[in-house]
Design a binder for this molecule. Structure first.
Ligand code: C5P
Length: 300
C-alpha cells in the first residue's frame, strides 16, 4: 500500500496563550504544497519502520516516530495486531517546520487502514490524526484550511488557482517545542506580555485565496513564530533578506522553521528564484513547490 502525503506551509500563523494542556492556542491557515513524502506499508510479523532520504539517519525508527504511534493507535482502535513494515521515503525536510513527521503519521493511517481493511471512515481517521499531533489532521485533509484549537480543528478555506513557492531548506533542524518556548520567552520579556487569544486570520488573506491573487496573498503572509525561529537561528535573517532581494513577492519562515517559504508570481519565477538562492549560498538546497496540494492519498 503506497501513500503520498504533502508538506504544509502556514500562510498565517497566529499564536495565542498557553492552554492548560501546555499547547498554544492557534489561529492558522495551512496550505498543502506538493513536496511529498511517500509511505509504503507491507504485511509483516511485527511493527517496523525504515526511513530513507536526506537526514533520514536523524529520524528515530521506533516508538518515538509519529508514524509508529499512528500505526499503534489505529491498530488499538480497530482491534487488530499492529503488524506492518513501513518504508518512509522522505522529501519533506526533517525538523524543517513543514510537518514532515505529521505527514508520515497521516500517510501511515491511510496506508494501514487499507492494508488491515479496518473500514475506517475519513472522519474516523481524522479523529485519530487529531489525537496524534497538531498538524496530522491537516496533512490528511490537504488543500487550504483554517486551523484552530491547537491547530487540529479544521475548516476548509476556498482557494482558487495555483500558488508557486520556493522552499529554502536549511542544513540543520529546529525543535518545534524549543521554538514555542522561545516565543514565550520573547513575549514575557516584551512589554506586550503573552497574548491570550491567537490573533484572527485577516480577511484580506481569505479574499486573496478566493481570488487566486498571488500579490494579495504576498501582502498578508504572517507567522507569529518567525521572531522566535530567527532568534534561535539568526542565519535565517540572511536567507529571508536574500529571497526579497532576488525577487520573491514575500518570504516567511515556514511554521517553526528553519525552512523559508518564498512566494513567487509563476512557476518560471519560482525556478529562477530557486537557482538564484542556491547560487547565493544562503541555504542547503531549494525546492520549487505549488499549492494547494491534495492530502494523504493512496497511489495505485
Ligand atoms: O502537536 P505536535 O506534536 O505537533 O506539537 C509539537 C510541540 O509543539 C508540542 O509538544 C508543543 O511544545 C508545541 N506546540 C504548541 N502549541 C501548538 C502546537 C505545538 O505549543 N498549538
Amino acid at each position: 500500500m503506497r501513500v503520498r502525503v504533502p508538506a504544509k506551509v502556514n500562510l498565517h500563523l497566529g499564536v495565542g496563550g498557553v492552554r492548560p494542556d501546555g499547547y498554544h492556542e492557534l489561529n492558522t491557515v495551512f496550505q498543502a504544497v506538493d513536496l511529498v513524502d511517500e509511505v509504503i506499508a507491507y504485511p509483516a510479523r511485527h511493527l517496523e519502520i525504515s526511513i530513507s532520504g536526506p537526514h533520514a539517519d536523524e529520524v528515530p525508527a521506533d516508538s518515538r516516530n509519529l508514524a509508529w504511534r499512528a500505526a499503534s493507535l489505529l491498530a488499538e482502535r480497530a482491534q487488530v495486531a499492529p503488524h506492518v513494515r513501513l518504508e518512509i521515503a522522505k522529501a519533506i525536510p526533517v525538523a524543517g517546520g513543514m510537518a514532515g513527521g505529521s505527514a508520515d503519521a497521516a500517510a501511515t493511517l491511510v496506508a494501514c487502514a487499507e492494508l488491515w481493511q479496518t473500514s475506517s471512515s475519513r472522519p474516523e481517521l481524522a479523529q485519530l490524526a487529531a489525537e496524534l499531533g497538531s498538524d496530522v489532521a491537516f496533512c490528511l485533509l490537504g488543500g487550504t484550511a483554517l486551523g484552530t484549537g491547537r491547530g487540529e480543528i479544521l475548516a476548509p478555506v476556498l482557494s482558487t488557482g495555483t500558488f508557486w513557492w520556493v522552499l529554502a531548506l536549511a542544513d540543520y533542524g529546529l525543535s518545534t517545542p524549543a521554538v514555542y518556548a522561545e516565543f514565550d520567552r520573547l513575549n514575557q520579556s516584551s512589554s506586550k506580555g503573552i497574548p491570550q487569544d491567537a490573533a484572527g486570520s485577516p480577511d484580506a488573506l481569505f479574499d486573496a485565496l478566493r481570488a487566486g491573487d498571488t500579490r494579495g496573498l504576498a501582502q498578508t503572509l504572517n507567522n507569529d513564530l518567525q521572531p522566535a525561529a530567527v532568534s534561535l537561528a539568526p542565519a535565517l535573517r540572511r536567507t529571508l533578506a536574500a529571497g526579497g532581494e532576488l525577487g520573491a513577492l514575500a518570504g516567511i519562515v515556514s511554521g517553526s522553521g528553519p525552512t523559508c517559504a518564498f512566494l513567487t508570481s509563476s512557476q518560471r519565477s519560482a525556478t529562477r528564484l530557486a537557482a538564484a538562492l542556491t547560487a547565493e549560498d544562503v541555504c542547503r538546497s531549494t525546492r520549487v513547490a505549488s499549492g494547494p496540494a491534495s492530502g494523504a492519498r493512496i497511489v495505485r
